[in-house]
Design a protein around this ligand. Sequence first.
Ligand SMILES: Nc1ncnc2c1ncn2[C@@H]1O[C@H](COP(=O)(O)OP(=O)(O)OP(=O)(O)O)[C@@H](O)[C@H]1O
Ligand SMILES: [Mg+2]
Length: 179
Amino acid sequence: MDETRRLTSLVNDVLDISKLESDIERMTAARFNLTRSIGETAERVQKLLKSDGFKIVFNYDGDVYVNADETKIGRAFYNLLVNAVNYSDDSRLITISQTLSKNHARISVTDNGEGIAKDDLPFIWDRYYKSGKNHKRAVTGTGLGLSIVKKIIETHGGNYGVESDVGKGSTFWFEVDIE
Ligand SMILES: Nc1ncnc2c1ncn2[C@@H]1O[C@H](COP(=O)(O)OP(=O)(O)OP(=O)(O)O)[C@@H](O)[C@H]1O
Ligand SMILES: [Mg+2]
């Protein structure tokens, strides 16, 4: 069963990324409530993981509307959230923030997990790249999640990035233009 799940997820990721590549001009941008969309996904994942002791907190200051592809932005956020879950430590606390500047909204996902070595940082956004460490939780990923995030945010013309300290945790973020 586990292997089937793993293969299904691999196939879906590969399909996702080839679809994204052929789909770039066919992004369907529409106005939507980014805050609500992020909040709903966070709540859904929180419900699923509550019994495992995860606490997912979302800090935001009012609702923000953006003109973007809701499904794809949702996918990018989901990939960051799943990573935070997979690579977090025993505190199992994940903090999501929405911060605003003049032109864009930034969504950040922070975990108190193992962090990422400086040498690995430039490569984690590449396809199939996984840092060679042993992870705390059994992680069966294929190394596609962040390359999908990168593709989606670049397609939207937004910025993305990460700050990370080994042993302390990571904050992954991306920005979407405000309407
Ligand atoms: N929050 C995080 N904390 C620590 N390391 C991380 C975090 N997010 C990503 N990484 C590192 O970056 C690598 C690439 O992440 P990515 O999401 O692309 O792949 P994955 O999680 O291994 O697999 P997939 O997302 O395809 O299931 C991971 O294997 C891990 O080494
Ligand atoms: Mg991942």
